[in-house]
Design a binder for this molecule. Structure first.
Ligand code: DGJ
Length: 730
């Protein structure tokens, strides 16, 4: 039962659904405290309150003589600084007297059905107001006339609470926002381990698990994007938590720019977490009567381990974040020409690939980088989004028609946020690139970043894309972004506003994408940033799938896809079979394991189909047919991690249908081992009372989950794999 209740007598709020409870209290001095977040409690009787203790060196509330209550120790919902709390604050608002000291007190609250959208920012949504309830707590700093709106939305069908914060300047003087976290939460004395997803190009979302020590830990990106290096998702887990057991809290930021998660363990083992836009070099001038909106954070809780936490995110993002006609729709099997040809292609080459793709049952051809301007290498032409007529003699509109005539859809690559020094656009508008007047400009992949905070820059690129789409029939777009921001400065803004440029860029980008998907609702967009450098919930609001990594090596992909699956659904993870030796690792693996890894995502190929042997073509055709047959189970079934590539030589995961009548199990072993023990694999999530047929043998669901089954002992060699299909036996 979904409910948000306010108890006048105890001055507490209780947000709950069938799985979770979240409790906030109003303390003396109208301080908003945090009381509890976790497994559902039926009723809160009001007697669990933070103990009153006189702690040395912990000051009293401003204007109070009560020595036993201090902001320095009490668990809070949205702490500030300068009134006694010496921990890291959730906000930093610089005022006309030069200080950041505030004194926010609860002013009022509202409880209502549904979930408001966030102005200019991506956010989860509900279709029916009965699907969620929202609590707004308004805090007020009377001295400055500042108001904070803390928003909490609890969903009825998921253990998730979405939070965001809005600051409104109702005073008479401007203030400068230096930090406005989307959320803050204080946990009582609890031993936690921190789980986060870090990495680099071609090695995204590596799972790191570490004990939380006293002090402050910051996980962030200062790159102007969510980044390959640190994904905006973290977990706080009980040290004994496993995939199937134990308590874990997740925090997923719905934002694609520079972000910051701060985790502080204080001397009483209390843990504070704040998450939001990176406060480093952030500065937003807020004039009287203006408001600043933070992005959203999705908090989830599981007392049944990490798999259950991931399930709640997969369901939430599929159901309440992805929009448009591709929501819950099966995604096409594609062939992309990037690793097949790089920049070296013409129409004959492309059509030879398309002809083979047609025979294999592939559904979408994607023309990657190199079709526009004078783009023969990555040194030129970004910003000139008209076709390179020397390359495709028949023209792209005709190429698209040829591809459609063969029964495939046509997709194309763009990198709209970038500009090459060697481009018509740069020659006409050199000042459109992010740059600081008089300073040198840092190139990255020989390109600069366009200043998307500027309306005229966005409008020009938009118009070019529109002209293209209006001439060439396009079904899919891969939106790439191949460098991070440097020399962040916008020509149109005053020096004191420059700290807002990176965020204004994101707002401009979101506005651009919103307009584009509204104008072209039939185009399927896949976002990309040198692979998975911007794999985040913010992008998924506009583009329902993401190119997971430029690393297409099957073995490297085990870890990348495993880490990605902690929060992002399989339906969002682009995953392709490529050639051997692999272009990123030089590894040679079988087509079977390359297929089995890529099939655990949104499946496709990225190699020259026209140079394959007959045997390879036969095997690929079978892969495509198998994937199509099971695609709905893979993309939208329950994804369960069984064996972690971060813990050993083997990886296994499975997909279970909602009715538990069928399942697919993928097993991978990296290196062969002499005299290895027989591998017994235990499954999860099946119906214990059902009997399943697997490889012509019958197994009870309870047997498969408790006894397991043996992997074929004759499986030999490095990079081995086995795939199992289970169906209920009636
Ligand atoms: C980076 C992408 O991740 C690749 O897949 C490819 O599109 C290249 N950019 C093209 O420049």
């Amino acid at each position: 039962m979904l409910a948000i209740q306010f108890d006048e007598q105890t001055q507490t709020f209780h947000l709950s659904n069938d799985e979770i409870s979240y409790l906030l209290g109003i303390e003396e001095g109208e301080v908003l405290s945090h009381l509890y977040y976790g497994k559902k409690i039926a009723q809160y009787h009001g007697n669990f309150r933070y103990p009153r203790i006189d702690r040395s060196f912990s000051p009293n509330l401003p204007g109070s003589k009560n020595r036993s209550f201090s902001l320095d120790t009490v668990l809070q919902e949205y702490p500030g600084f300068g009134g006694g709390d010496f921990r890291t604050p959730a906000h930093q608002i610089r005022q006309s007297d030069g200080t950041i000291v505030t004194d926010f007190k609860v002013k009022e609250h509202q409880i209502f059905s549904g979930k408001p959208s966030l102005e200019g920012l991506p956010a989860t949504y509900v279709q029916d107001s009965e699907e969620a309830q929202t609590l707004l707590v308004i805090l007020e700093d009377r001295f400055r006339g500042l108001e904070l709106e803390l928003s909490y939305t609890i969903f009825c069908d998921s253990p998730v609470i979405a939070r965001n914060t809005r600051l409104i300047n109702k005073g008479t003087e401007k203030v400068v926002v230096e930090k406005l976290a989307s959320l803050a939460i204080d946990f009582p004395d609890t031993p936690f381990e921190l789980i986060h997803l870090n990495g680099t190009w071609a090695k995204e979302r590596m799972v790191t698990r570490e004990a939380l020590q006293p002090g402050i830990k910051i996980l962030d990106s200062k790159r102007g994007s969510s980044s390959h290096q640190q994904n905006p998702f973290v977990c706080l887990a009980s040290p004994t938590m496993t995939e199937e057991t134990g308590e874990v809290y997740g925090f997923c930021l719905v934002y694609s720019g520079s972000h910051e998660t701060m985790i502080e363990k204080d001397p009483y083992n209390q843990t504070r977490l704040t998450m939001g836009i990176n406060s480093f070099d952030f500065r937003w001038v807020l004039e009287p009567n203006e408001a600043f909106q933070s992005p959203e954070v999705l908090m989830s809780f599981s007392d049944k381990g990490l798999n259950a936490l991931s399930h709640s995110y997969h369901d939430l993002l599929n159901e309440h974040l992805v929009r448009g006609r591709f929501k819950k729709q099966e995604r096409p099997v594609l062939i992309n020409n990037w690793e097949a040809t790089y920049f070296n292609f013409d129409e004959d080459k492309l059509l030879a690939i398309v002809d083979e793709a047609e025979k294999m049952g592939i559904e979408l051809f994607v023309l990657d980088d190199g079709w526009f301007g004078k783009r023969e290498s990555d040194r030129t032409s970004l910003g000139d989004w008209y076709e390179n007529s020397g390359k495709i003699k028949m023209g792209l509109a005709n190429l698209s028609k040829e591809i459609h005539a063969r029964g495939l859809k046509f997709g194309i690559w763009f990198e709209p946020e970038m500009i090459s020094e060697d481009s018509e656009l740069y020659r006409a508008h050199p000042d459109w690139a992010l740059q600081i007047p008089g300073r040198g400009m840092s190139l990255g992949r020989d390109q600069y970043v366009l200043d998307f905070s500027r309306e005229e820059v966005r409008a020009h690129i938009y118009q070019q894309m529109k002209t293209f789409f209006d001439e060439v029939p396009v079904d899919y777009v891969k939106w790439d972004m191949n460098r991070n921001m440097t020399e962040v400065y916008s020509k149109k803004r005053a020096p004191e506003e420059q700290g807002s440029t990176a965020h204004r860029y994101m707002l401009g980008l979101y506005e651009f994408m919103e307009n584009l998907i509204a104008e072209y609702p039939t185009i399927l967009f896949e976002s990309c940033s040198g692979g998975g450098g911007r794999f985040d919930a913010g992008m998924l609001y506009y583009m329902p799938q993401t190119w997971t990594s430029d690393n297409t090596d099957a073995i490297a992909r085990l870890k990348i896809q495993y880490g990605t699956s902690l929060v992002y659904p399989v339906s969002t993870m682009g995953s392709h079979v490529s050639a051997i030796p692999n272009h990123q690792t030089s590894r040679k693996t079988s087509l079977a394991i390359r297929g089995n890894v890529a099939m655990a995502g949104v499946f496709g190929y990225e190699l020259d189909l026209s140079t394959l042997s007959t045997e390879e073509k036969v095997e690929m055709k079978a892969q495509v047919a198998f994937y199509k047959e099971h695609r709905s189970l893979i993309q939208y079934g329950r994804f369960v991690r069984l064996l972690s590539p971060f813990e050993g030589n083997e990886t296994a995961w499975m997909f279970i249908s909602d009715d538990k009548k069928e399942a697919l199990v993928f097993y991978y072993r990296v290196l062969a081992e002499a005299s290895h023990p027989p591998k017994c694999l235990k499954l999860e999530g099946l119906a214990k009372e059902k009997v399943y047929m697997m490889e012509n043998q019958l197994f009870g669901g309870d047997e498969l989950m408790n006894l397991g089954f043996y992997i074929d002992p004759s499986l030999s060699g490095d990079y081995a794999t086995q795939l199992f299909y289970l169906k209920e036996n009636n």
